[in-house]
Design a protein around this ligand. Structure first.
Ligand SMILES: [Ca+2]
Length: 92
């Protein structure tokens, strides 16, 4: 387990800061919400950087549905934080 991950997960202020940084980089139009196009772009960029095959539209749809907890059609910061925490929990 990475100790820096652990410290982020156990420290709400640190976790919030990390989540905000990622959220803002995905929210390219700075609207405060992430739409499907922004999520798709982020996933494609990430897969390129990670050297894995890019997600299909179906993969993007699936990820979006998982993040959009209240089915509003976009991802707000609170929904994103739920996802970040789950992701980090999995990585540790
Ligand atoms: Ca947005």
């Amino acid at each position: 387990m990475s100790s820096s991950l652990q410290s982020i997960l156990s420290d709400e202020a640190k976790f919030d800061k990390a989540s905000r940084t990622v959220f803002d980089s995905v929210d390219s139009d700075r609207s405060g919400r992430i739409d499907k196009r922004e999520l798709g772009n982020a996933l494609i960029t990430f897969s390129k950087e990670a050297g894995i095959s890019p997600p299909s539209q179906v993969d993007i749809d699936k990820s979006f549905t998982q993040l959009d907890l209240d089915r509003s059609g976009d991802i707000d910061y609170n929904e994103f934080k739920v996802y970040m925490r789950r992701l980090l929990e999995k990585m540790k």
